[in-house]
Design a protein around this ligand. Structure first.
Ligand code: MSP
Length: 500
């Protein structure tokens, strides 16, 4: 059985989860569920990033200890992900003892292998980003992401010799051993690696206490990003020994937002090269959610709480809206009425209405599973749909997948209009049964296709068709076969998506 390891980032616990965080996590969940549906052995990791100056600062403001604060905030993330039906296999916290121990071992290893040197760091640090900036990178003296004036840091510290990996990295990225997508993001990194000389990165902080102590120098803690990046290994149970890698290593896909690209495309693979650990196969970088064109952030006070959105749209509804609105790689605006309009169009009037329409007709007659004859037109259509569906899914083009699903819903709706089963019911009962069989089969296929996005609705449809337990035993390849099911007792059930 082939394996599939997918990671979402681990989230800073300096604030509560917002819809931007939910975006990456839902996308990773859709991939995880899709690959499970194909029968692969999937491991999906996410969690919380809890050390560093930024978290310590938030805890202090709330008059709590960093640990108390992290416990509370980490629980908020877990709660949000449960509300959104995120099916992670493990939720890692960087304050987990086994993570801390493994990070120490790995850092010690880098030190022993000569990849760490002592030096003096003088420069600028943005606590909100938890990163160093050069003057050139600032806009009007402020961090471009947070509009915060970075603090001047001048301290003796330890550096990771990032510069030693510049050529190796460029080669691996160019020859696509380490794939970065979309192309625009890959070009950004290869451009950077071609034109600028990589500087070594400071991996210790002296004035920060909330972190993992450097194993050979207790007066300092390990830079939060080194600690955080290693979660992708420790989250699989890795204990810090490069010779003993977990069975799921390396990740097939790592999902991140564009703001943390350099950490994942430069520092992370360099650390792995230094430790002689195979690199992830693919890094996929998505765009940002904006509100009225503005970035969403705690500092700007314009964040949207995903848990509140679930109360309006349901978990399935929100998952669908977030991923079907615009291409995954680019920025998209989520303000105003758009969600309502799209919810009503795609879900209430689209999928929900088709299901209700077909079931209302279907309960009028007993289903003659045995009378089924293969209908070429449907088989052709569904084969085409699945082909495009799977290709788009492999490319992480979630909005194209969603379009394919909606096209098939429209195709099914047209079939109802053309065949007029309510008329056939009175004039040609045998034909009526054939038409209904095709329509029920189309609902079953739709239920499969929406499963990664809307697992609850998918199960509800299976239930309404009386086939929940039998479908659960199948993998996608079997399920795609037109006519591979015997329907059970049809139940009309509740309205799937009440109009808003
Ligand atoms: N803790 C680091 C990641 C460490 S991974 C080893 C971090 N955390 S974060 O909480 O600030 O952001 C986590 C993810 O959320 C990032 O991928 C980021 O791109 C994403 N997003 C944050 N705001 C977002 C939007 N407004 N829109 C889309 N994604 C956004 O960075």
């Amino acid at each position: 059985m082939s394996k599939f390891y997918v990671t979402a980032p681990i989230y800073y616990v300096n604030g509560v989860p917002h819809i931007g965080h939910a975006y990456t996590t839902i996308a990773a969940d859709v991939l995880a569920r899709y690959h499970r549906m194909k029968g692969e052995e999937v491991f999906f990791l996410t969690g919380t990033d809890e050390h560093g100056a930024k978290v310590a600062e938030s805890a202090e403001k709330a008059k709590k200890s960093p640990k108390e604060w992290s416990d509370e905030m980490s629980a908020r993330f877990r709660f949000a992900w449960d509300t959104l039906d995120i099916s992670f296999n493990h939720f890692i916290r960087t304050t987990d003892k086994d993570h801390e121990e493994a990070v120490k071992k790995a850092t010690q290893r880098l030190y022993e292998k000569g990849f760490i040197r002592k030096g003096v760091y003088e420069g600028l640090y943005c606590v909100d980003c938890e990163r160093y900036y050069t003057k050139k990178e600032l806009i009007n003296g402020k961090c471009p992401d947070h509009q915060r004036i970075p603090e001047k840091v001048s301290e003796e510290c330890y550096f990771f010799k990032l510069s030693a990996f510049q050529r190796a990295l460029l080669k691996l990225i160019n020859e696509k051993t380490f794939v970065i997508e979309p192309e625009e993001r890959r070009n950004e990194i290869t451009g950077f690696l071609t034109t600028e000389k990589l500087a070594d990165v400071s991996i210790s902080r002296k004035k920060v206490e909330w972190g993992i102590p450097l194993p050979w120098d207790n007066s300092r803690v390990i830079y939060v990003w080194i600690d955080a990046l290693l979660n992708y290994l420790t989250g699989l149970g890795w204990q810090g020994d490069p010779k003993k890698l977990p069975k799921f290593w390396p990740p097939e896909i790592q999902l991140i937002g564009k703001d943390i690209l350099r950490f994942h495309a430069v520092i992370w693979p360099a650390l792995l090269l230094a430790l002689e650990i195979p690199l992830p196969k693919k890094l996929f970088v998505h765009g940002f959610f904006t509100l009225g064109g503005q970035k969403m952030s705690k500092t700007l006070g314009n964040i949207i709480d995903p848990v509140e959105q679930v109360k309006i749209f349901s978990s399935d509804g929100l998952r669908w809206l977030l991923l079907s609105g615009f291409p995954f790689g680019i920025d998209g605006d989520v303000s105003g009425e758009k969600f309502y309009e799209k919810y009503n169009a795609d879900l209430a009037n689209g999928i929900g209405n088709l299901v209700a329409r077909v079931l209302t007709l279907a309960i009028k007659s007993e289903i003659k599973n045995s009378k089924f004859q293969k209908d070429k037109r449907w088989i052709q259509e569904i084969n085409k749909v699945w082909q495009k569906y799977e290709k788009a899914m492999e490319n992480l083009a979630f909005e194209e997948v969603a379009k394919e699903i909606l096209n098939f819903v429209a195709f099914s709706d047209r079939y109802v209009n053309e065949t007029e089963p309510w008329r056939l019911l009175k004039t040609d009962f045998a034909q009526f049964q054939k038409v209904i069989y095709n329509l029920l089969e189309s609902l079953r296929q739709i239920a499969w296709s929406i499963q990664p996005f809307m697992p609850n609705t998918s199960d509800k449809i299976f239930n309404q068709l009386g086939i929940l337990s039998s479908e659960k035993k199948k993998n996608l390849e079997k399920a795609e076969e037109w006519g591979s099911t015997k329907f059970g007792k049809i139940e009309k059930g509740e309205i799937l998506f009440p109009r808003l």
